[in-house]
Design a protein. Structure first.
Length: 295
């Protein structure tokens, strides 16, 4: 069952993080940058809960590598473990002040290729670190001649990811929060909708980095309970503006009130929400939110 799989993946992630912290006890070598996500992961393992944590565990691994006829160079690996890791690859970005942009892009794509070819479905953070230690320095001197790759080609070939986040909150009443949600989405060029009341539902879609920025702002506000119920990611080769527009299911972000009834006008008509989602081709989401087939 997926529940079992989630549990198993969470346990593997946790034991790998424990291993890293025992091998690299100093903060300057290994540091978890998202303590909340780590706490949620532990909670998930200890309580055998089937609930997926609301954000990925993120951490930094710093690696020193020797460069011929120079001293040591530090490479920093910014890492995030997707919920499905190790069945999917970790997200790693290697950086160093000595790498040009195109060298950095090449290094990261070679690392990814190495991991894809050698570790499908197995924990691989240590192997990734070893690879960086052994190979990264060589990229500093790579003269990327115009024939192999110019910086502009490098940016062209980067894959853009379109993301849609389905956020669930225990309730959304507060006018300021509702205003923030709409304003931030506009600022970050995200479309979607927000259904205030109890429960509160927010959907945002657009560039992956913009969705992540939106989520990091929203979750910093005070909530009784808020989490990402479901996330969709689509890789767009080339990913221009038109490609992104094509993926959108909503024209802009607007607040949707479905016939509120109840004392505070707070309980939404979920039947109307279901029909709205169905119109947009997102009916299957209803079940993820409310655990029942819609009508």
């Amino acid at each position: 069952t997926t529940e079992m799989a989630n549990q198993e993946e969470a346990e593997i992630q946790l034991s790998e993080l424990d291993l890293l912290s025992s091998m690299f006890p100093y903060e300057e070598e290994f540091a978890v940058t998202d303590q909340l996500a780590l706490a949620e992961l532990k909670h998930c393992v200890e309580n055998e809960s089937a609930e997926v944590p609301s954000s990925k565990v993120q951490f930094i691994l710093n690696v020193k590598a020797e460069v011929p006829n120079a001293s040591m160079v530090e490479f920093s690996m910014a890492c995030a473990l997707p919920f499905k890791y190790p069945t999917v690859l970790p997200e790693i970005t290697v950086r160093s002040s000595l790498l040009s942009r195109s060298q950095q892009i090449l290094l990261n794509s070679d690392l990814k290729t190495y991991l894809m070819q050698n570790f499908s479905g197995e924990p691989c953070m240590l192997s990734a670190r070893e690879w960086v230690k052994d190979h990264a320095a060589a990229y500093i001197d790579k003269e990327l001649s115009s024939s192999s790759m110019t910086a502009s080609d490098a940016t062209q070939s980067e894959v853009t990811t379109f993301t849609r986040l389905w956020i669930y909150s225990h309730h959304i009443y507060n006018k300021q929060k509702r205003k923030n949600i709409v304003d931030w989405a506009k600022e970050l060029s995200l479309s979607g909708f927000c259904m205030p009341g109890k429960p509160g539902v927010v959907c945002v879609e657009g560039l992956q980095s913009s969705c992540e920025e939106f989520w990091s702002r929203v979750r910093r506000l005070t909530w009784k309970r808020i989490l990402i119920r479901h996330r969709e990611d689509v890789s767009l080769e080339g990913g221009g503006h038109a490609e992104i527009q094509k993926q959108r299911k909503f024209p802009a972000l607007e607040e949707k009130c479905f016939d509120a009834h109840g004392a505070r006008g707070s309980h939404m008509d979920l039947g109307q929400l279901y029909r709205f989602l169905e119109e947009k081709g997102c009916a299957d989401i209803f079940q993820m939110y409310f655990g029942v087939e819609g009508h």
